[in-house]
Design a protein around this ligand. Structure first.
Ligand code: NAP
Length: 480
């Protein structure tokens, strides 16, 4: 940070650029709270990042731009095609992967800062480090290192590079809590005596180890919450980096990310009915393994033709549409709005039950439905509210959803979904399930909803099946 005294005009420009960057970050986060403005929010955040990068490049301490340009070029060449080509199915692991790289950067900065402070320079002196800076650097490497290994573990599990059951052992929570305590104790020593190199490297090593040990017991289905928590840790590491190197925009952006990731983890763990303490200490979602339910004779799902389904929809008084990840894959939202409008024209009421973890990203379905111009007022975003509406619904149309309507989440203690609040479409008169075939959802488990007596399957791609329903309802109108 600049010492007290007059700021040079370059410093003033840098601080003004950082201020602009921070304003854009805050505006971006604010816009992201409304699905209709989510895209704008991303653009505002990107603009903020552009200002932050420009401000940083103006720093007077930069000796040469050569390596920076090489780094920017390599980053852009790898990052751009990766972001453009990554399929929606791989979005969670992509996010985990990018967190790992952000955290590597923060950890490296921390290590370099520390080593730099305790290295004898050419004039034979050593700058050392104040306790305040040691605290910032210590936090930075602890949260940074934890995020690096934790994010790589999450990536490996989601990408199925790490297979098999989550690894658990008796006393795992106590073991992790002890490790955390030792890490914080070492951090305390480092703050008291910044020259205690062993304490610094203990904090660093425990950070790396904690990332692994905290993610080991977590199953793939629960990984989104962990990723969001790691996001929060990456933010804390970035904020600590800001304190360590005196960079205001890092402090602000890191704090926003830390708080945002933390709030999101709380919301998601509530949506999945998981204990937040368990995520923090690393035994999250470890209880149930894959479903072991012994099936009797395998019951086959019943099907219905688009023509028959259209007739029931055309005369329904209340219709609830439950979109899931498959709706996003099929990009069926616009066709869905057409169906919605047709039903309403015929006097029916249509609402959408949106599960907090539907799709592959928080708010995934809210965003694509709002993109199709579906009124936010038609969305039921609270699981209990939606279940109350489902009790009296005439027809439920489930489009590419699976885990969020799996009754095993309530009935089968051995299911990895057990405990997650789910929609209960079987309480309505009839449910139509639109999916391409017998594919399982994200959790990889079978769904007994599909063989319930009042569930009828319409196999096919979400967009083309809904398109057929629209065509059939129009044909009814034309008296064919
Ligand atoms: P899901 O359980 O993943 O099920 C999606 C279903 O869509 C599949 O069974 C698939 O069956 C069908 N499908 C795929 N493409 C389709 C297409 N083109 N047309 C029609 N159907 C299609 O999805 P969900 O019910 O939305 O549940 C979300 C899951 O993702 C939860 O387990 C959640 O924990 C997890 N998750 C959520 C987030 C988040 O932040 N929202 C992040 C990561 C993971 P077919 O193959 O037979 O078509």
């Amino acid at each position: 940070m600049s010492e007290l005294g007059p700021l040079s005009s370059r410093d003033l420009i840098i601080q003004a650029t950082y201020l602009l960057a921070s304003i854009f970050f805050i505006l971006g986060l604010r816009s992201l709270t409304r699905p209709t403005q989510a895209r704008l929010g991303m653009q505002q955040a990107a603009m903020g990042m552009l200002f932050a990068v420009i401000g940083t490049l103006l720093n007077a301490h930069i000796v040469t731009y050569q390596w920076i340009i090489i780094g920017l070029a390599v980053g852009a060449i790898i990052g751009y095609p990766m972001a453009m080509k990554v399929p929606m199915t791989a979005m969670p692991q992509f996010i985990a992967f990018s967190h790992a790289f952000g955290a590597i950067a923060a950890t490296l900065v921390g290590v370099v800062e520390y080593r730099h402070a305790f290295t004898i320079d050419m004039s034979g002196t050593m700058t050392g480090m104040s306790s305040g800076i040691a605290a910032a650097v210590g936090f930075e490497v602890l949260f940074g290192a934890l995020t690096v290994t934790g994010s790589f573990m999450a990536f490996g599990k989601l990408q199925e590079l790490i297979r098999g059951q989550p690894i658990t052992f008796p006393g795992q929570n106590a073991f992790n809590i002890t490790l955390i305590a030792v890490a914080f104790l070492s951090l305390g020593v480092l703050i008291y005596d910044p020259g205690a190199t062993w304490a610094f490297y203990t904090v660093l090593a425990l950070g790396f180890f904690l990332g692994i040990s905290m993610v080991l017991p977590i199953g793939g289905g629960d990984m989104p919450v962990v990723i969001s928590l790691l996001n929060s840790y990456a933010g804390l590491a970035a904020s600590a980096t800001g304190f360590a190197i005196g960079n205001n925009v890092l402090i602000i952006a890191g704090a926003l990310e830390g708080a945002g990731g933390f709030i999101l983890s709380l919301i998601m763990s509530k949506a999945m009915n998981r204990s937040f303490a368990n995520i923090v200490f690393g035994a999250f979602g470890s209880a149930p393994a894959a479903s072991t339910k012994e099936g009797g004779p395998v019951k086959e799902p019943k099907t219905i033709t688009a023509e028959d389904a259209a007739t029931q929809l055309a005369y329904a008084g209340s219709v609830v549409i439950i979109p899931g990840y498959g709706m996003a894959v099929a990009q069926a939202q616009h066709t869905c709005r057409e169906l919605h409008e047709l039903i309403e024209k015929k006097g029916g009421k249509v609402s959408y039950a949106i599960h907090p973890v539907a799709g592959r990203m928080p708010g995934h379905l809210n965003v694509i439905l709002s993109e199709a111009g579906i009124d936010y007022g038609a969305l039921l975003t609270d699981v209990d509210d939606a279940n109350r509406v489902l009790l009296t619904a005439d027809v439920v149309v489930i489009v590419g959803a699976n885990d969020i309507v799996n009754p095993d989440a309530e009935d089968d203690k051995s299911s990895p979904l057990y405990g997650m609040p789910i929609f209960r479409p079987w309480t309505a008169k009839v449910s139509f399930v639109i999916k391409r075939g017998k594919g399982t959802g994200f959790s990889g488990v079978e769904n007994p909803l599909f063989t319930k007596d009042n569930t009828l399957m319409i196999y096919g791609d979400g967009k083309s099946v809904i398109g057929n329903l629209v065509k059939e309802i129009k044909a009814l109108d034309e008296g064919h």
